[in-house]
Write a protein that binds this ligand. Sequence first.
Ligand SMILES: Cc1ncc(COP(=O)(O)O)c(C=O)c1O
Length: 537
Amino acid sequence: MMWSKFLKPYFATYRDGSKLIKQNHSTAVCNNLSETFPEEPCGPCIKTPIPGPRTKQLLEDLNKIQQANSTSIFVNYDKCAGNYLVDADGNTYLDLYTNISTIPLGYNHPELLQVFNKQHELRSLINRPALGVFPGEDWPARMKNIINMIAPYGLTQLNTMMCGACANENAFKHAFMAYRRKMRGNDNFSREEKDTALLNQVPGIPKLSIMSFKNCFHGRTLGTLSATRSKFIQKIDIPAFDWPCAPFPQYRYPLEENCEFNIEEDNKCLAEVEHLMDRWCRKGMPVAGIIVEPIQSEGGDNHASPSFFRKLQSIARNNNAAYILDEIQTGGGPTGKFWCHEYFDLDCPPDIVTFSKKLQLGGYFSTEDMKPQQPFRTFNTWMGDPGKVIILEKCLKIIMRDKLIENVCSTGKYTLECLEQIQSDFCPTIHSVRGRGTFIAFTAETPEKRNEIIKRLKSKGVWSGACGSASIRLRPTLMFQQKHADIFLDILTKVIQETRCPIRKSGPELSPCNIDKDKYRVPPPDASTPQINLKDC
Ligand SMILES: Cc1ncc(COP(=O)(O)O)c(C=O)c1O
């Protein structure tokens, strides 16, 4: 709706799309997802203050042996089901954050629980190989299978890695190597290059850079941390490369009322990208790669138009820089396409697409041009994990069979429309509702109000995530349905009503008895009872 209006001139699916999406478009109806999780609770149930006594004790224990203050709750994974998370104190939450957006099919999906019942799969799990040297004989077939199912169009190469940062870190290395190969004309290193490499000196160690964007997040390893620009606490005290940081568009919402401003944002940012490319070139540190998230996630769920991404790609190509799309948070279907960049109608494939999170392990797809000529240049001991690839294969089959991307599109559209209604009723307490698929966010009036909303949602059994300075993001599973959205929307409405009143400074958390549990009870599939929706609130 909002988006389609703003994007109309550009809006089209990626020219050849991924095979997965094409197959899914053939039929429009989702299987009955409710039957997948007969154990899934009807709604949240909060029994203790949060954190509860057992959580507090566990946190104290863990803090004695590590800095554990990032820990929010301890989870009883045996009791979690579908879209619901159960903590160590027995509190049940509707989970809209899903372990930082990593759970594609909900907790304890019955078919995933069976995956290692087969002897071959179990042996692949326990005999974890050093994949770069001793892969199992089924490894090439498994990799081909993954490529056939989900490779972004034009990207024929696949490397698995350990985590998101590890994927980006190695993507940077591919970009640097490809840049040097282009400049040199080949990969025949000179004597001088070989000698100076071990001394950390030019020409063996070239002066090159990676461009990233204000508010972006690409990981916390040493290389990726130089590109990351979201929060000081992630970076402070750690030496960094002198790499350029370009502004990312900061749109005003609703989009259809702010077209002119937003197009101007795109233009200003792209002009600055060109200026920085030129400046770093003159500094003697040309940009060998541009890394960008299709939707800046940790940095605030900041979107940019397809036109922005196409023009950025063109600037990268004109400067021989690799175009790296970080789909670590957006990949795997939450935006309503398997890869978010399919919305951008790029003129040609990006050079590298990195992934992790919903895809179970880190890695990247890339073009043939990005492939190093020699072995051991992007290498580590494990280079991924066959156990995780086996789970990924199963997840992909279920995503296709159960038409989960269609589910994301329909639930996402519904949730977004309802949130727009809430926004119009309660603006400015919340505003700037935005999203693709169920990858949705909105912004609170102030950072304090944002924190208060998240806290109150939690106290009523909804787990959401913070991003940017005052935004709240939703990262549900691909199994998130309208009945779950209704529970969330109902609780959010109550929370916003409370938040508009003066914030209570002390006193007990809102107790679970304040929750009208009957209202959250979901009717059995064939019951005629109407489901709760916003209009009932
Ligand atoms: C867009 C993006 N890139 C990279 C990363 C880093 O991934 P990891 O935490 O697995 O290293 C994240 C993690 O949240 C991310 O959201």
